[in-house]
Ligand binder design. Sequence first.
Ligand code: PNS
Length: 159
Amino acid sequence: MSIAIYPGSFDPITLGHLDIIERAAACFDKVLVCVMVNCDKKQPMFTSEKRLELIQKSIAHIPNAEAENFSGLLADYARQKGANILIKGVRNVTDFDMEMQMARINRGIEPTLETVLLPASAEFEHFSSTMAREMIRYHQPLEKYVPAAVAEELMKGRD
Ligand code: PNS
């Protein structure tokens, strides 16, 4: 069985992330979305539990996708899961440079770990969790940026 891991901080999950998960699920038997810690990023807007809950709601329609939290090394998580494929979405050259580095680091830790880069769909090329957080902060409509289940949940807390 081919198991692919899609790791990220998902603070929060966006429509761009969901697009990558759906496309990866069409390529591999199972996709494990893993909510991880990115040490280079400051305090997240959402707790890891909340980020996981939002992902689980967003991927409920994908039968071969699951989500979990993991706070350790990605290579250790992959070993635990018996997975040797990492999925990363790439929007631009900045992402590409970063992902090339991370792919090499991960393969340096675990030589069997391959990274598969999926180009972002054109309509989501400018999407990011940073942008979604700005829309949340400034009370903008969210449906265009995050999965419907997330928009609904986050709008509940508003006046
Ligand atoms: O969505 P992000 O913040 O770009 O995802 C980055 C993430 C979480 C995938 C990366 O920081 C990561 O893999 N963190 C886990 C710790 C680890 O394994 N680091 C070494 C690989 S670079």
